[in-house]
Design a protein around this ligand. Structure first.
Ligand code: ZN
Length: 131
């Protein structure tokens, strides 16, 4: 049964892999490592204020890319595990329409909306930027 899920989502896997490559190539590995290091040390906010505005924007954009990349990699892992296409919150299947629009979607539309409303700002509000 798991393997049938896997092949069913084979086309999404290809899309996700392509997306991951795209995101990865859009940011330099060095900068990405810096941002990751920063995320692991959230108390280092001091140096953020010392950076130029441009650098801040650059890092901010990369942070979004990293978030997206994590979502994509997460989705790929779910395909491997056979849990892809199922909402994390309510465990209902995510609609094909939604997966086609956002292949790395973790939640169904109603849960996503509820979560977005609950966390208007902050870490949990992962925007599924359509890019
Ligand atoms: Zn749901």
């Amino acid at each position: 049964m798991r393997s049938s899920v896997k092949s069913k989502y084979e086309s999404y896997r290809k899309i996700l892999e392509k997306k991951a490559e795209e995101v990865q190539s859009s940011m330099s590995a060095q900068k990405a490592a810096q941002v990751l290091a920063r995320e692991e040390h959230p108390h280092d906010e001091g140096d953020l204020s010392q950076q130029s505005h441009e650098e801040w924007i650059f890092l901010n954009r990369n942070t979004l890319d990293i978030k997206l990349l994590r979502e994509v990699q997460d989705a790929l892992r779910r395909i491997e595990q056979g849990t892809y296409g199922v909402c994390y919150e309510c465990e209902e299947p995510i609609s094909v329409k939604r997966l086609e629009a956002v292949p790395w979607a973790k939640y169904c539309v109603s849960c996503q909306e509820r979560i977005a409303a609950r966390v208007e700002s902050g870490e949990e509000a992962l925007q599924e930027a359509d890019r």
